[in-house]
Design a protein around this ligand. Structure first.
Ligand SMILES: O=C(O)c1ccccc1NCC(=O)[C@H](O)[C@H](O)COP(=O)(O)O
Length: 251
């Protein structure tokens, strides 16, 4: 399979950049804060379990948010976020491993490293509680990357977009799966993607709805379709971050 087939030009550019990135330094070893526990604690507390994303910019966002990423992260936690996602991709999302390191030192919730990881060595760029592994981009390397992530202590959020990718993720042994509502071929967002895939996800998997969640109604819709957690970037980053987070977690 060619993982690049049919990708939007912006996504192809993200992948080309990711292929070039080779972090220096030794192998990391992580004692992770557990994502499923943090989501369950938020739920028990009456909050919609939300992973709020520090996403300075993106191919589908105009301009770049220049605020201190640590301040943004703290505002998200103050607004009730159960966990954080931090972009570490520098060229298309304005992120960095240093941002993640500083944020993880400053907060006590689990932190997901959001990047486009293609090779084992790239896992070692920075410690995080969870790493994102994208089924479409990893192809046959998904299972070895999942093993390599776990050997370092990371939890892995395996991202899928359709039934075929879901089957591959389950076969590889994924226990935290995100269904991305954003189609990486066209960059269009459609919440029915999650609704179509969710019924086929095994019960014991922690299931995350990713992308395109903008309103309390969207939160309720994804929860009704089976989401154990919601990954939200743009809708939280646009304006008052604490208030935006609070609005969604109180949905
Ligand atoms: O967000 C983008 O523009 C984007 C473009 C190309 C590839 C990936 C992209 N986003 C990555 C993400 O997974 C989202 O940042 C995340 O799911 C949050 O989505 P949203 O709430 O819609 O910002």
């Amino acid at each position: 399979m060619d993982e690049s087939d049919g990708l939007a030009p912006a996504v192809q550019s993200i992948l080309d950049a990711a292929r070039e990135r080779e972090p220096a330094g030794g192998r990391v070893s992580v004692s992770p804060r557990l994502l499923p526990d943090a989501l369950a604690a938020a739920e028990a507390d009456g909050r919609a379990p939300t992973i709020a994303e520090v996403k300075p910019t993106s191919p589908t966002t105009e301009g770049e948010r220049e605020d201190d990423p640590v301040a943004l992260a703290e505002q998200m936690v103050a607004g009730g976020a159960a966990a954080l996602s931090v972009l570490t991709e520098p060229e298309h999302f304005g992120g960095s491993p240093a941002n993640l390191r500083e944020i993880r030192d400053a907060v006590d919730v689990p932190v997901l490293r959001k990047d486009f990881l293609l090779r084992e060595a790239q896992l070692d760029a920075v410690e995080a509680d969870v790493v994102l592994l994208i089924a479409r981009f990893l192809g046959d390397d998904l299972e070895p990357m999942l093993d390599a992530a776990r050997e370092r202590g990371f939890q892995a959020l395996v991202e899928v977009h359709d039934r075929t990718e879901l089957d591959r993720a389950v076969e590889a042994g994924a226990d935290v799966i995100g269904v991305n509502n954003r189609d990486l071929a066209k960059l269009e967002v459609d919440l029915s993607t999650f609704e179509d895939v969710a019924p086929h996800v095994p019960e014991d998997v922690t299931l995350i709805a990713e992308s395109g969640v903008s309103t309390p109604a969207d939160v309720r819709r994804m929860r009704a379709a089976g989401a154990d957690g919601l990954l939200v970037g743009s809708a939280i980053m646009d304006g008052d971050v604490t208030e935006n987070t609070r609005t969604l977690v109180n949905a």
